[in-house]
Design a binder for this molecule. Structure first.
Ligand SMILES: *[C@@H]1O[C@H](CO)[C@@H](O)[C@H](O)[C@H]1NC(C)=O
Ligand SMILES: *[C@@H]1O[C@H](CO)[C@@H](O)[C@H](O)[C@H]1NC(C)=O
Ligand SMILES: *[C@@H]1O[C@H](CO)[C@@H](O)[C@H](O)[C@H]1NC(C)=O
Ligand SMILES: *[C@@H]1O[C@H](CO)[C@@H](O)[C@H](O)[C@H]1NC(C)=O
Length: 598
């Protein structure tokens, strides 16, 4: 048994800790005593540790060798590998292979690179294959969850392997210089996205392919190109049906945070830009474990958090607050993930946001509890879906290192401070399978010993947005936007209009024209900005529905820009977001020209 029943019938997950004193484990929660079965690793040079996804194996490098321990049963060493200078390690999804990465070096005599990425059989400890992998970033092969295929980016081409046979490259994907890829974890069928950065005025693009059908651009399931991107982040949903692409440019004089864009692509060929209701950086994007919704944390502080559906329509707005991350609670390994109910969503603010923690019930859209975990540098949901672990670790913070275990009721169950002068480097849960928790949103259980909890430093409202610091303008505290359902509230004229809303408005306008009363439209405040029924001029078709849609969209945006230019010329003071819109004209025209030629 990995886990023990607690008196409340809750399975307890254990916590692994790594620091200047080595590696040790504690039971958790409610009693965070040392885990008796685990023999403490005493080396002060443990640079890395990791668990397999099922939590049944654990590995670390102690400066002398790499150890694999059976964390499913007896906590005894399974094998020791003669590798003492490992910087990164990861198990393949089913725990079959342990991949290790050490610094790249060159043999001085032969001037040849030494293979530095090693793949070991995680049970026998046998070396399966060593490869050269110069860079540390994206060093590890990516596997699908079933380990059916694995993929590596080797000098801007993608190499695919099947059945954990790394001796043979089964197939390759060439796109001119793929700088990044993202393999969906689902399948078969397997799906992969590649990103090619733009050069010499050419746009950057992301294309989605179904493995192994890589026959040229026509084979792509979906395409998306964009002009402004120095960096991209790609996130697949668990089902492998849709991909979010966050593009960013480097900071410049004009834009402190750089420009960012969030794009949505689906394997059925759709692609579009996700419109966000507030200007500023995009801090975090996260798919719900159900795969049918995603959440975005964005906008100048206090940040907005919005839940979107697969049509990229906003379905719930969590208002504004001091947060920069959003994490859904885990649900174990459901096969029919789209049938699960999302249990909890934690919105949190780390860094200079004082460790704000908000626990939400995404179903009833209610804030269950709010508290603070000051100076936190890491956050992780417990696999039981009810607790979270926050930690203060070096090198980010060298003082007051330690960790805290929280219940979603906002109660701190335990705070452990590491002795003065000692360092904690990492704190994490042992993964495991748990039955779905019953979440209570009221009459919450009072926590065990809360006397050890840190006293929250006043109200979270004490946070001041960075723009307000050092200015004389005093910001009214508690001036946060309340949560809202974007489909119910009165329309904000500056807010992007959803497709459904447009349809409803069109319907209403039509009904009004005919002098009839529309009965099926939901009761809502009249729209401040009536949308014309159909003002799109007739135009030629490119023969591709998606392209036509994009062209219409671009033309509409350019029309809006024309109007703004007129307003500006007539002396009207434009809003910040309107000014931002004007700046996009050039790239819109460029994209339009491209599309109309193709
Ligand atoms: C690996 O390289 C990094 C950066 O060059 C260096 O800081 C580190 O000490 C090296 N690690 C080992 C084990 O040589
Ligand atoms: C460098 O390569 C030579 C020839 O293959 C080999 O004999 C030697 O052991 C290598 N040196 C190191 C430090 O690996
Ligand atoms: C992707 O782009 C290529 C070339 O521009 C085109 O041939 C292909 O049909 C596009 N695929 C989709 C799904 O739009
Ligand atoms: C509760 O916390 C206090 C303060 O940290 C500690 O002294 C005490 O031993 C704890 N009690 C229990 C039952 O854990």
């Amino acid at each position: 048994m990995i886990n023990q029943e607690t008196p409340e019938g809750i399975m307890a997950a254990s916590i692994a800790l790594r620091g200047a004193d080595g590696i040790w484990m504690v039971n958790g929660p409610p009693n965070l005593d040392p885990k008796a079965e685990f023999s403490k690793e005493g080396s002060p040079a443990c640079k890395v540790m990791t668990f397999s996804q099922d939590g049944q194996r654990m590995a670390w490098c102690n400066g002398t060798c790499t150890v694999i321990v059976n964390t499913a049963a007896d906590y005894k060493t399974i094998t020791e590998i003669d590798k003492g200078k490992i910087n990164c390690m990861t198990f393949s999804p089913k725990g079959t292979i342990l991949a290790l990465w050490e610094n790249y070096t060159v043999n001085q005599t032969t001037n040849q690179g030494n293979p530095n990425l090693h793949l070991y059989d995680a049970t026998s400890g046998d070396l399966l294959k060593s490869l050269i992998q110069k860079k540390q970033s994206n060093w590890d092969p990516k596997w699908t969850d079933d380990e059916g295929i694995a993929c590596r980016n080797v000098n801007n081409e993608l190499h695919f392997f099947e059945g954990n046979n790394f001796e043979t490259i089964k197939t390759k994907l060439h796109l001119q210089k793929v700088s990044l890829f993202s393999l969906a974890s689902s399948g078969p069928p397997y799906t992969v996205a590649g990103y090619v950065p733009g050069s010499k005025g050419q746009p950057s693009f992301v294309r989605i392919f179904r493995y192994p059908n890589f026959g040229g651009p026509q084979a792509a399931l979906a395409n998306k190109s964009f002009f402004k991107a120095d960096d991209v982040q790609m996130k697949w949903n668990k089902a492998g049906t849709a991909l979010l692409v966050l593009t960013s440019t480097e900071a410049s004089d004009q834009s402190y945070y750089g420009d960012q864009g969030l794009h949505f692509l689906s394997t059925n060929g759709e692609s579009n830009l996700v419109s966000l209701a507030k200007n500023g950086p995009i801090y975090h994007i996260e798919w719900s474990p159900k795969s049918t919704e995603f959440v975005v944390v964005y906008g100048f502080m206090p940040a907005k958090v919005t839940l979107f559906n697969m049509k990229t329509e906003p379905i719930f707005d969590f208002g504004t607050g001091p947060r920069n991350v959003a994490y859904f609670s885990p649900h174990g390994n459901h096969i029919l993930y789209y049938l699960m109910t999302i249990k909890l969503l934690c919105l949190a603010g780390f860094g200079n946001l004082r460790g704000n923690l908000e626990f939400w019930d995404p179903k009833s859209r209610k804030l269950i509890a709010q508290t603070q975990s000051p100076d936190s540098t890491s956050f992780e949901w417990c696999p039981d879906g009810q607790h979270v672990l926050t930690a203060t670790t070096a090198p980010r913070l060298r003082v007051a290192n330690g960790y805290r275990v929280w219940h979603y009721s906002g109660n701190c169950l335990k705070q452990v401070l590491i002795d003065k002068g000692r360092e904690l480097w990492e704190a994490r849960w042992q993964p495991g399978s748990f039955s779905e928790p019953v979440i209570r949103t009221h009459n919450l259980p009072s926590a065990g010993n809360t006397s050890s909890a840190p006293a929250p430093e006043g109200k979270v409202g004490a946070y001041r947005p960075p723009q307000a610091r050092g200015t004389s303008a005093s910001i009214k505290l508690h001036e946060y936007e309340a949560p809202s359902d974007p489909n119910k509230k009165a329309e904000d004229p500056n807010k992007p209009v959803s497709k459904n809303k447009k349809k409803r408005d069109a319907k209403k306008a039509k009904a009004a024209q005919e002098g009839a009363q529309s009965h099926d439209a939901p009761v809502s405040a009249p729209s401040a900005t009536p949308v014309p029924v159909s003002s799109a001029p007739a135009m030629g078709s490119t023969g591709n529905v998606e392209t036509d849609k994009r062209i219409r969209n671009l033309r509409k945006k350019l029309q809006q820009i024309e109007k703004l230019k007129e307003q500006k010329a007539s002396g009207k003071q434009l809003e910040l977001n309107q000014m931002e819109k004007l700046k996009t004209e050039e790239s819109l025209l460029k994209e339009l020209a491209e599309l109309e030629i193709s």
